[in-house]
Write a protein that binds this ligand. Structure first.
Ligand code: PHE
Ligand code: FE
Length: 267
């Protein structure tokens, strides 16, 4: 989605593996205040809306309102829990690089933080979306395995030329997924838990449809990148999400999907 920070080769500051130092000491007081503002808004809306795994991860990684987290300190906790690490990258990295990182339990994150004028919307993921949104779920053992499996599946899809279909799985789970919890629904997608307005809309608004997760249907469904989603997919548990995707051989599925029309989230 990002336009300004999309690279095809590592920019000068980046190492060969695409990482850059976070330079935590360089964040300004205003940067830290932006984090705190965003954090406090989410802390008001997420209890009762975000799934327990997310809320527990937030707690375990100590991503409280102290300002932009220092990746190094956060990684000590995250690595001890699930073997994942968050690294800073200069912007969106090429698909292949992204998948290879996930396959190694490395999550690439933007290090810049949005400006006060962009509190509600920005085009490319910043450190708040990437760290507040994604890192807590990486502290959950089953979701941690799902993310790694997704990276391995991504490398395979890349070689099979089926990235567009697989990208929808990421979108409708990792970014915008809902999970059934008792009678109700809870948020686990990073795009939801990191958004003040969509974290409310996804659960409360009458407009979007909320349907049970179905792998083939997910991979056929287009998505919006510049507006609230029109459809959310609900998983029953992270265990079934992991086992369904692991146990399915996607190669024949990709071939079948080539012959099927895309679905619109509005339909
Ligand atoms: N099982 C998938 C394949 O055959 C890989 C995968 C696992 C993809 C988990 C996404 C999530 O390609
Ligand atoms: Fe994201």
């Amino acid at each position: 989605m990002g336009l300004d920070h999309v690279f095809t080769e590592p920019p000068p500051e980046a190492a060969a593996d695409w990482t850059v130092p976070q330079r935590w000491a360089d964040y300004s007081a205003a940067d830290h205040r932006t984090w705190v503002t965003l954090y406090e808004r989410q802390a008001r809306v997420l209890p009762g809306r975000a799934c327990d795994a997310f809320l527990r991860g937030l707690e375990a990684l100590d991503l409280h309102g102290g300002g932009v987290p220092d990746f190094e300190r956060m990684n000590e906790k995250l690595f001890a829990l699930t073997g994942w690490r968050v690294v800073a990258v200069p912007g969106l990295v090429p698909d292949e690089v992204f998948f290879a990182m996930l396959a190694k339990r490395i999550f690439p994150a933007g290090r810049f933080i949005r400006t006060p004028a962009q509190l509600d919307y920005l085009q490319e993921p910043d450190v708040f979306h990437d760290v507040f949104g994604h890192a807590p779920m990486l502290a959950h053992p089953v979701f941690a395995d799902y993310m790694q499996a997704y990276g391995e599946g991504g490398l395979r899809a890349f070689s099979l030329g089926s990235l567009d279909h697989l990208a929808r799985l990421y979108w409708y789970t990792v970014e915008f997924g809902l999970i059934r919890a008792g009678q109700g629904l809870k948020l686990y997608g990073a795009g939801l838990v990191s958004s003040f307005s969509e974290s409310i809309y996804a659960l409360d608004d009458r407009q979007p449809s909320r349907v049970a997760f179905d792998l083939k249907r997910v991979m056929r469904t287009r998505y919006k990148i510049d507006d609230f989603q029109r459809r959310y997919f609900i998983i029953d548990s992270f265990e079934t999400l992991l086992s369904t995707t692991l146990e399915t051989d996607f190669a024949p599925l990709y071939r079948e999907l080539e012959t099927l029309p895309d679905l619109n989230p509005e339909d």
